[in-house]
Design a protein around this ligand. Sequence first.
Ligand SMILES: [Mn+2]
Length: 360
Amino acid sequence: MATTLNRINALKQVAFRKGGFDSFIVFNSSNLTYFTGFSGASALLIPENGENTVYVYGVNYAQAKAELAEVKVELVERGENLIDKIAKQAKAFKIEKLAVDSLTIESWRALTKSLGSEKTLATDPNFIRDLRKVKDAKEIELMRKAAELTSEGMRAARETLAAGMREYEVAAEIEYAMRKQGCYGTAFDTIVASGVSSAFPHGGCSDRKIRKGDLVVVDVGATYKSYRSDMTRTFTAGKPSEKQEKLYQVVKTAQEKAFEAVKPNVKAADVDATARKIIADAGYGEYFVHNLGHGVGLEIHEPPTLSPDSKDVLAEGNVVTVEPGVYLVGYGGIRLEDTLLLQRKGAEKLTEGQSTLNKE
Ligand SMILES: [Mn+2]
């Protein structure tokens, strides 16, 4: 696979040509997975002149040698210091102006000291963030699969959820269904939040017994080969009340209008505003207490952000969630969420599933 070199070259293009750097060190684990497809790397040194080098500790060395064909694999031996080792290599490559994606303060200090004062060290001005926002064909294929598995999980929730069950039992059914279909893990801790807990956007999943008449927020995500997906539905245990149906329609309309607004070249803040206005006009503006959505990929929350203060402009290849919600503390909450892929003309829903409050 030439994926690693393609992505490294894309970074070189912006970081070296536009940014004026002559090398880049990747430390962030999602970024390392993005460039290498391997989750056990500790650092990746990308010099303008020299070999791209991945640093791994002994525990991951054999796997790195087996899986990484496009970069040099360097073993960090017992007793060796990773930062010193990289600095030494950087000097050998005659590196002058280095960018890093993320580093602890301690490591930053150590690297600065190791490199010496004549070298320039700077943080990535969002080069990788911007690359990762636009998914390539390979990523889209994996995200489709992750979304399909997520939809399977939601289907299981719809089929099994009933009054008398405990929240964790519903979560178990969801995760079992996704696992059976081939998911690699959950993208985040499954949320099954019933009754008063449904009014907390991150209500979690407890041993609470679901009662008749409860609103139940189910937020599910599957991971497939490191790529994630995100989906939420809200159900009632038993027949919904008039108030529940009314609230649900507000959130559903907000989501549908946001779907129509999600397009390339549109400001993410404007999509947020579209959904927020519908909820505000219905009188629930103050109860929509979070952003409309977020990017998804190797991480469950990544750029672009669909929020009132977002500076992002949406583009073809973005994968984002649209998830309006209304939360009435002491009563219950409703959220609807799907993961969308931005195509040239509009958004395609990657997660698929019925959207009704009443399960029957
Ligand atoms: Mn989400």
